[in-house]
Write a protein that binds this ligand. Structure first.
Ligand SMILES: [Zn+2]
Length: 178
């Protein structure tokens, strides 16, 4: 399952050292919505931002899941029964629908893949990852960026600690080769 949740969580990337917000204004929100293939009025931007902020806080364990309750107020589901059985259909449109879908996805992941949705282990990165590895050991949103950057930094720190004996290797800042 891959819906809107990660895209929403990852809408505040750090770009060249500065935290950005893809939902900061109408123009960037329009771009973000288009990239996700969503039809939502940009006027509902604040609703999306509020939901995004709460979801980020919950996934970072800064707030309890109860913080998501307010996002669902007034949402109604109607039951229908057909040959396939019972289905609950959410009666929501626009940003409301996107938000309910994101919360439903968060809950589904929490049950089916507990602990696998998490913030990138790089403190200077604001992205989230869904760990699909068998060993459940992924720590970075991307090995190519955060993973290698932190490895290089650790390597550098180790080299500095050992510098009493010998100078650090000259290639410490070069990105790791794949
Ligand atoms: Zn990262």
């Amino acid at each position: 399952m891959s819906g809107v949740l990660l895209a929403l969580l990852n809408s505040t990337p750090i770009v060249r050292g500065t935290r950005t917000d893809q939902l900061a204004d109408d123009e960037s929100t329009r771009r973000w919505l288009r990239a996700q293939g969503l039809t939502v009025e940009v006027g509902e931007r604040q609703l999306l931002r509020e939901a995004r902020n709460r979801l980020q806080a919950v996934v970072r364990a800064e707030q309890s899941p109860a913080a998501l309750e307010a996002l669902l107020s007034g949402v109604v589901a109607l039951p229908t029964v057909d040959d396939q059985g019972l289905t609950w259909e959410i009666q929501a449109t626009g940003a409301r629908k996107v938000i309910v879908d994101a919360v439903a996805e968060w809950d589904e992941l929490r049950r089916s893949q507990p602990g696998r949705l998490r913030p990138c282990a790089n403190d200077e990165c604001h992205l989230f990852l869904l760990d699909r590895s068998r060993s459940n050991s992924a720590r970075w949103c991307s090995m190519a960026t955060c993973g290698n950057r932190l490895k290089a930094r650790r390597h550098h720190e180790r080299a500095v600690r050992q510098a009493g004996d010998s100078p650090p290797p000259a290639d410490q800042d070069r990105p790791a080769r794949r």
